[in-house]
Design a protein. Sequence first.
Length: 193
Amino acid sequence: MKTDKTCWELIAPVLLLACVSGCSEQPKADRDQPTITATAQQQLDKVQSVATEVEQAAKTTMKTVEAELANGAAKVDELAQHVEANVTETVARVEDAAASPKLDGKALALSKGCIACHKATSDGLIGPGWGGLAGSERSFVDGTTAIADDAYLRAAITNPNAQIVEGFVPSMPAMPLTDAEVEALVEYINTLK
Ligand code: HEC
């Protein structure tokens, strides 16, 4: 009995040790992992450096694309503003034209009765002929002279008796005319050579 016990006492720690070392043994996979060789390490380094380069290139490209996009957006903005200005201007012009249709000086001379006293030629009637009037020198009964520019023609129409053209009697009536009508008449007289 004594011997058996001694024998068991001898075996037990061995078994225990075996068990403990068996349990604490590393998993098989870890144990079998291949060690990285120098060549493999070199290749890995290369791959990593290439990856860094690619990343850098991608970043640069992104920056370029972003800059181009911003530039393009600015250009589109500019264009849009230009188009908007053009549209606004065109609308304003159309509204203007609609508000004050272009007056026809020739038609006005007829409708306002000017042609009862004025001819479109240089021949005088009750008043002086309009042909060649624009730009010519006028002589007045008071001895003064003036060049028949737009301002003179305007004044002659709106304030007829302020200056009486030599050779004529003050018989032209001051007629109610709008500024636009006066302008149209002046424009028409300017066309008569
Ligand atoms: C009843 C006749 C009569 C009518 C109508 C008449 N005029 Fe006259 N006009 C004259 C006479 C006369 C003169 C020259 C005397 C003077 O200077 O007032 C004259 C002068 C002028 C002159 C200056 C001519 C020059 O040789 O320097 C102009 C311009 C003119 N008339 C424009 C018009 C216009 C435009 C109308 C129509 C809206 C008009 N007249 C209607 C009689 C008339």
